[in-house]
Write a protein of this length. Structure first.
Lengths: 442, 216
């Protein structure tokens, strides 16, 4: 734990001061302004899309799933680290998660929000999205339950709901701390409403702990199920490069891998700016890197088995796909994927790299790029050449593709900056508890 | 430190949860009520026409067969609307000076057809063919209701897809022998007769609900 001696009082004071007392600096405004420009760009891109249709995205036969699905899978994968850290690590009694779980849960929520935009917009007529839900309609139509796209709707909406509730329940005691420490009345009232009348009585705590544990139990299977369902969008189809039984575990590992990369990408600058190096210590970076290394190796195994199956199956289309990925028109995508997701993470075997922020930051950025390239490889490269050479084609993202993608990054960071400014990004109550418990042990 | 919130907030908080549920249920119920109301479906709402033609008078009063005017119903997709000449077969002899029939005489004189307003209008993406329904024994009344009791023509069914599919799922309930198709009497569901008609007309129910049956 922290190097300086922390008590409950100093912790509450320090962590709430980040929001309540720290003056809003020009740097924060600049960052928010830049991110918000992205949101405006997203607005323009979506408006154009709604006016002109999904054709502005450069998608057509044979590549009808372009950036939208690449970005969807990428964002939702990033979301997985939050749930993994907050739910699975809680159940496994990994106390180090406490310092970063709030932050990563927020990241999950915002990433899932960005992810959900893409399939909605990809519908072409997003205003009739409710056709995907089972409801008493005038058509007596029911969703096609055999389609993984319908499973997706349920998987993602459940995931978002559970993540939101889990995040909020965890926030309640901290909102009460904020309420008690704020000085201005209207701020007190706002935090007070959020705190739902929390007084910190033993009864409150007992119920809170039970609810939190139950929700962790609920969220845990979701870490595995959501990306498994996303992977089935592909695996259920017969296309070479999609039709593979390894997809669910391979996607889940990839999701946690990319999620931890994003966690590091965000945590490293934030802990420096807000001077939280003692709360989010080098130990946290070290452990997050280890998770990244482990899941990275699983992803590597996934790639290896895909290529091995291509050879072992002796199926000409599968063999062609493997070669086409390496040497076809999209060859840089495959090489980027392999470099960023397999080669670069091997640096994490060294403890010195695992604990030095700058190299770690660069590695995490590269992994983010690599994981995006991986999804591009799976979606676009598989689609562009399938069984019939007569239906081969090419796809390149248009300026609107990039604007939408960039726009969601802007949206993500806008939400992130607002979050760190308005809510305690480190769970105060949980750290207090930990300090007391660890104090006893010593 | 004074309390931030008054005592009543203790009631307000749980009440708001209940209120959200009530509001959501009310919204869903309201939507449903509107969508199935005559306001949205136009069921039972007479459509204004240049001549207030009464099916009641011509069908039950005079006993004219449907096919006398809707000539295409047995052989084509569109049942057809009568030419002005069809009206004039009688109205050149009777009610010759009725002011109500002035547009008909005008049309006859100028050769400009009468402009009737559609009552049953399916969307363009629906492929619908009258002839197959008539040939297989779906009575006029099954879809158009008691036309013989309508002084002014109005829809008697919603024409929602749900309604189409209800019959495509269990057509035997609405089938009748060929000689009863144009009779203005409700079908009395009869399991045995329905099954026999299905067999006789060689109707294969397994594909009646396929998308491509109606959306081609």
């Amino acid at each position: 734990m922290p190097t300086t001696v922390q008590t409950c009082e100093t912790l509450s004071e320090r962590l709430s001061a980040v929001v309540l007392k720290r003056p809003t600096k020009l740097g924060w405004f600049t960052c928010l302004a830049i991110s918000f420009t992205g949101v405006l760009m997203l607005n323009v891109a979506i408006s154009w899309l709604l006016l002109r249709g999904v054709g502005v995205w450069g998608i057509n036969e044979p590549v009808a799933w372009g950036f939208a699905i690449v970005n969807f899978v990428w964002w939702i994968g990033i979301g997985h680290a939050g749930t993994f850290i907050s739910a699975i690590l809680l159940l496994l009694h990994q106390h180090w998660r406490t310092s970063i779980n709030r932050f990563t849960e927020a990241m999950t929520l915002f990433a899932v929000a960005c992810a959900a935009l893409f399939p909605l917009l990809h519908l072409g007529r997003p205003w009739v999205f409710y056709f995907l839900l089972p409801y008493p309609d005038t058509m007596r139509l029911w969703p096609q339950w055999r389609s993984p796209l319908v499973w997706d709707v349920f998987a993602v909406s459940t995931y978002f709901t559970v993540s939101l509730v889990y995040w909020y329940i965890g926030l309640v005691p901290d909102l009460a701390t904020m309420r008690d420490r704020a000085t201005r009345r209207w701020i007190k009232v706002l935090y007070g409403i959020g705190a739902l009348g929390w007084r910190g009585s033993a009864k409150h705590w007992a119920r809170y702990e039970m609810a939190y544990l139950l929700l962790a139990g609920l969220a845990t299977p979701l870490v595995l199920s959501v990306h498994s369902v996303v992977s089935l969008d592909f695996a259920v189809a017969v296309l070479p490069g999609w039709h593979s039984t390894i997809f669910p575990p391979y996607f889940v590992a990839g999701a946690i891998f990319s999620g931890f990369a994003m966690v590091l990408t965000l945590l490293i600058p934030f802990r420096k700016i807000y001077k939280l190096e003692d709360v989010i210590s080098e130990r946290h970076l070290d452990l997050a890197s280890k998770v990244m290394l482990a899941t990275g190796l699983m992803v590597a195994l996934g790639y290896a088995s895909e290529h091995w199956m291509a050879w072992y199956s002796d199926e000409p289309n599968e063999e062609f796909l493997a070669l086409n990925r390496m040497l076809g028109p999209y060859w840089p995508v495959w090489w980027t994927t392999m470099t960023c997701n397999i080669l670069v993470p091997q640096l994490l075997w060294w403890r010195r790299i695992r604990t030095s922020p700058l190299p770690l930051f660069i590695i995490s950025l590269l992994v983010n790029v690599g994981m995006w390239a991986e999804r591009y490889m799976i979606v676009v490269v598989s689609l562009h050449r399938d069984f019939l050479p007569s239906s081969w084609g090419k796809f390149h993202g248009t300026v609107w593709d990039w604007a939408t993608f960039g726009g969601t990054i802007g949206l993500f960071f806008t939400l992130m900056f607002l979050f760190v400014r308005l809510l305690p990004m480190i769970p105060i109550a949980e750290l207090r508890k930990q300090t007391v418990e660890e104090g006893k042990e010593v | 430190m004074p309390q931030l919130f008054q005592r009543y907030t203790n009631t307000l908080a749980p009440a708001s949860i209940v209120a959200v549920f009530i509001a959501l249920s009310a919204a869903v119920w309201g939507m449903h009520a509107i969508i199935f109301s005559p306001y949205a479906t136009e069921v039972g709402q007479p459509v204004s026409q240049v001549v207030p033609f009464s099916h009641q008078h011509h069908v039950s009063g005079l006993g004219i067969d449907c096919r006398y005017c809707h000539t295409g119903v047995e052989t084509s997709a569109f049942a057809g609307l009568p030419a002005t000449e069809t009206c004039m077969t009688c109205h050149s002899q009777i009610w010759r000076d009725a002011p109500m029939l002035e547009p008909v005489r005008q049309s006859w004189a100028t050769g400009q057809p009468l402009h009737w307003n559609r009552v049953h209008n399916l969307p363009d993406y629906v492929y619908f063919d009258h002839s197959i329904h008539i040939q297989k024994g779906v009575g006029c009344i099954s879809c158009h209701g008691h036309v013989d009791r309508m002084p002014l023509m109005a829809k008697s069914e919603t024409l929602y897809m749900r309604w189409c599919l209800d019959c495509h799922k269990a057509p035997e309930v609405h089938l009748r022998p060929a000689n009863e198709v144009f009779v203005m009497k409700e079908t009395v569901p009869d399991e045995k007769r329905g099954a026999a008609l299905l067999r006789a007309e060689e109707i294969d129910k397994t594909h009646l609900q396929d998308c491509s049956v109606c959306h081609r």
